[in-house]
Ligand binder design. Structure first.
Ligand code: AMP
Length: 284
């Protein structure tokens, strides 16, 4: 596996490969790799001749400096995992490489970022969009892979690609979970034993809301049942539990069952912030 830390040799590697008619897949990550990430990589390996995975903890998407400082990092282990995965190239830039000057460009996503993660983490998606746009420019992949675990991010990246005309197919990959339902996340490794035990209740709560929606219990009532369920767990502080239209992220308007919905949650367990979602009434 080739490991690059600057864009120029990476661009040359990509153009040499593309010259041979190969298709390029990109899997952007912030490292501390787990099976969820590896699932994206293996999907890319299936679809493309060359898979590039980026590892970069992007400071511009953190609105909380303590969260940035505490974010798990283990580049050595990540490289080993990538090598084992069959990924052909890793791009691991420094902050100086990604942002040689303080960036002044901002990308706004209007109603898509006024809710949920965008509301609780002001500027988060602007940071994500800037870093992802740079990766798209450097690598110009045919396909890029994003987890449904970060549903709002996936919706926003699709919007970014449409708005800026990137010729990149965005592939959304279902959320990989632990046996008790907890969505795999780099942040899970910061949970202590008791926190880890309670963490899967986030998934249980949104699954309860999903089940109620499928039984055509009204949106507000179903949502409230999820909120009430989590009240039993004093160590979980729910930031939001929302039922939104899956692509507009707006409040559901139509008759239940006639539009795709997403049940999204963010919760703090101690100082560890976890997010998750489940999809309801999806047509494909
Ligand atoms: P991150 O390193 O957390 O920025 O995640 C990198 C990519 O992996 C994002 O597209 C995430 O949505 C995706 N991802 C993270 N966890 C999971 C998971 N449990 N299942 C599927 N995709 C995931």
């Amino acid at each position: 596996m080739r490991v690059f830390s600057t864009p120029e040799p990476l661009k040359k590697y990509i153009s040499d490969n593309r010259g041979n008619g190969k298709e390029i897949g990109l899997v952007p990550t912030m490292g501390a790799l787990h099976q969820g990430h590896l699932q994206l990589i293996s999907k890319s390996i299936q679809d493309n001749s060359v898979t590039v995975s980026s590892i970069y903890v992007n400071p511009t998407q953190f609105n909380n400096q303590t969260d940035l400082k505490n974010y798990p990092r283990d580049l050595g282990q990540d490289i080993l995992k990538l090598k084992k995965s069959g990924c052909q190239a890793a791009f691991c830039p420094s902050d100086e490489v990604m942002y040689p000057q303080k960036p002044l460009t901002t990308l706004n996503f209007d109603s898509l970022e006024e809710v949920m993660e965008g509301a609780y983490r002001p500027g988060h998606f602007q940071g994500v969009a800037l870093a992802v746009s740079k990766l798209f420019h450097f690598i110009q992949p045919d396909r890029a892979y994003f987890g449904q675990k970060d549903w709002q991010q996936l919706v926003i990246i699709r919007q970014l690609v449409n708005d800026l005309g990137f010729a990149i197919d965005i592939v959304g990959v279902p959320t990989l979970r632990e046996a008790d339902g907890l969505a795999m996340s780099s942040r899970n490794q910061r949970l202590n034993h008791n926190q880890r035990t309670v963490a899967s209740e986030l998934y249980r709560a949104i699954s309860l809301v999903k089940m109620k929606l499928e039984k055509l219990v009204g949106v507000d009532e179903a949502r409230q049942m999820g909120v009430d369920y989590l009240r039993k767990f004093s160590s979980i502080h729910v930031e939001y539990l929302e039922v939104v239209h899956s692509t507009t992220l707006k409040q559901p308007m139509a008759e239940l069952g006639s539009e795709p919905l997403s049940v999204c949650i963010a919760g703090l367990i101690g100082d560890i912030r976890l997010i998750d979602n489940v999809q309801v009434f999806q047509t494909d």
